[in-house]
Design a protein around this ligand. Structure first.
Ligand SMILES: Cc1ncc(COP(=O)(O)O)c(C=O)c1O
Length: 450
């Protein structure tokens, strides 16, 4: 390995980081990771800390999941690559598809379309939703609805349904025909309503109103995260997603669940849709499907949608969409091993138990530190702290203060993620109670020392 000064000096000279200003990365070299094991990561300067980010919501099983590493190695020796475009496939991806079909049966999803990640899965869902309506002769249904604060990746389709200006403004104009509904975000809402159930009803009324305004016959699909993740862990009232489902069904609008974060246990249930008792028409997955060990994703397709495509005799159901790495055999091997480990370890159960401890600990921290305006969680191992400089006015926190909190928290033993005014926590689902306490005490140190 090159020496420490070389790496710090050279990093941002020749590479641009996603979601960062190139000049800022040059000025403040990012933390350079050199190793990881269990739920801990190590950096070049010798820190070893609990990773409360879980990679990027994806390393659910931690960094030492040997069965996944072994499966990748074995597949590399056997068949490192072949395409699944028309005419060829591979044995591993067939086995994975059968496994996923069974896994997603309670969600009503029975076919997989493979991708290289979350943005690809979202793009695939948006495209196939439009095609579904065209096959059925409803050519006018091309619009998309989504939630403000929602995150759906950064392809042009995903960015267009994205509900955060940070990922949109610099890249406009985005795709026409995309409209946004207020999110059930009790801390800041245009409805001035803090009761989660009543707010959910108001947001549903706004959805119904937008459908009436656009004309249901022009709308292809509504896309939403079962629990909004990157937008600051917004956990809707249990009535919300079921309400969206009912409205969509009544208007012939497909429901796309963006489960890139929530599938495979993060919410304490096997999928986010199942957490709310909803069956979507599509579910976008990626991230934890391979635990971050290989870039891979799967768009899961509802039986009802599959039937429309598979019974077409006109040729309109020919899929003109796909990726070189769709169904990559190494990704498929990683996913299969990962799914089997996730099921063997009953990952959602631990996510639920440790998630409760973490959420309660964060609520206790809020009593001690005025900078914590809102604590969100209560759905497995995904929590957020929204920071404010003044609790009464809810004025934004100074960027330097939140960065300082993150730095001290890191030095005290925990990596956390800062996104806007939020500190986001999405640790591996194999976390234990003492590691939960390390996260809480590191954050306490961070808030105490600013
Ligand atoms: C809900 C959701 N959808 C889509 C994406 C995009 O996934 P990727 O970054 O793998 O393209 C993300 C990424 O965080 C996500 O959280």
């Amino acid at each position: 390995m090159k020496d420490s000064n070389f790496l710090k000096e050279k990093n941002a000279r020749s590479l641009w980081h996603p979601m960062a200003h190139p000049a800022a990365s040059l000025k403040n070299p990012p933390t350079i990771l050199t190793g990881a094991s269990g739920v801990r990561i190590c950096d070049l300067d010798g820190h070893e800390v609990v990773d409360a980010v879980g990679g990027l919501w994806n390393v659910n099983l931690g960094y030492s999941c040997q069965p996944v590493k072994d499966a990748i190695t074995a597949q590399l020796g056997q068949l490192p690559y072949y395409s699944t475009f028309r005419g060829t496939t591979n044995d591993t991806v067939i086995e994975l598809s059968e496994y996923l079909r069974e896994f997603f049966a309670p969600d009503g999803l029975s076919r997989a379309f493979y991708t290289s990640g979350g943005s690809d899965s979202v793009e695939s869902a948006l495209r196939l939703a439009r095609q579904y309506h065209k096959i059925r002769g409803e050519n006018g249904r091309f619009k998309f609805l989504s939630l403000k604060k929602g995150y759906h990746g950064t392809h042009f389709g995903g960015a267009s349904v994205n509900g955060n200006a940070n990922f949109r403004t610099a890249y406009e104009p985005l795709m026409p025909g995309c409209y946004h509904i207020p999110a059930p975000y009790t801390y800041r809402t245009p409805f001035n309503e803090t009761d989660p159930e009543r707010l959910a009803q108001l947001c549903l009324a706004a959805l119904e109103d937008e459908i009436g305004f656009q004309g249901a016959g022009t709308i292809a699909a509504m896309i939403m995260e079962p629990v909004l993740g990157a937008g600051g862990v917004i956990v809707p009232h249990p009535s919300f997603m079921a309400g969206v489902r009912e409205i969509c069904t009544r208007h012939g609008i497909l429901l796309i669940a963006d489960e890139v974060i929530t599938a495979f246990g993060r919410t304490g249930s096997w999928t986010g849709s199942r957490h709310w008792g909803v069956r979507p028409d599509f579910a976008c997955t990626a991230k934890a499907i391979t635990n971050g060990y290989f870039p891979f994703g799967a768009l899961m397709i509802g039986e009802n949608v599959a039937e429309v495509f598979e019974s077409d005799t006109t040729g309109k159901a020919n899929i003109g969409h796909g990726y070189t790495y769709s169904g990559h055999p190494v990704g498929a091997a990683a996913a299969l091993a990962c799914m089997q480990e996730t099921v063997r370890l009953d990952a959602p159960k631990n996510a639920d138990l440790r998630g409760r401890e973490l959420y309660e600990g964060l609520l206790a921290l809020q009593h001690r530190h005025d900078l914590i305006g809102d604590v969100r969680g209560g759905a497995g191992l995904m929590c957020a702290l929204e920071l404010v400089s003044d609790r009464t006015t809810k004025a934004s926190i100074d960027k330097n203060v939140i960065e300082k909190i993150q730095k001290i928290t890191y030095e005290a033993g925990t990596m956390v993620r800062v996104s806007g005014n939020n500190i986001i926590l999405s640790p591996p689902l194999v976390l234990n109670s003492s590691e939960v306490q390390i996260i809480l005490s590191s954050l306490d140190a961070g808030f105490s020392q600013v």
